[in-house]
Design a protein around this ligand. Structure first.
Ligand SMILES: [Zn+2]
Length: 131
């Protein structure tokens, strides 16, 4: 099971609207702005939503770290990557692990339009070709 940072919502009592707060938002200021647009909404509560996932039944848990290739064809060429990989996100399918600061331990399939094009590895120790 992997946890994400919690999202914070300002909920209105009664009408049950949920307003997602951004980091740095003052809940009282957001509530006052909301009340200005919805004069009867004067009671609020903060709700912290922590998302998590479990593996599908029968499947082993995976790391799940992702990397997304650049959209820019020139940047892809500079890194020695095919232009068809533009914007493709790869998810690490290895068992759950921490990648050391200078390691290249994440690995996953590059899937373009539903077809596996390559198996790739990445991590903080990875440098693009030509960098
Ligand atoms: Zn990984």
């Amino acid at each position: 099971m992997s946890y994400m940072e919690p999202d914070v919502y300002l909920e209105t009592a009664g009408s049950l609207r949920m307003i997602r707060l951004q980091p740095g938002d003052d809940p009282v200021e957001v509530a006052e702005r909301h009340r200005d647009a919805h004069p009867t909404d004067t009671r609020f509560r903060l709700t912290y939503v922590t998302r998590f996932s479990v593996p599908e039944k029968g499947k082993a848990p995976v790391c799940g770290a992702t990397q997304t290739y650049p959209e820019d064809p020139e940047e892809l060429a500079r890194q020695g990557l095919p232009v068809t990989w533009a914007g493709v996100t790869v998810t690490c399918q290895a068992p759950p692990h921490q990648c050391a600061p200078d390691a290249v331990e994440h690995s996953g399939q590059v899937i373009v339009n539903g077809t596996v094009r390559a198996l790739t590895s990445w991590g903080p120790g990875w440098l693009p070709t030509g960098a």
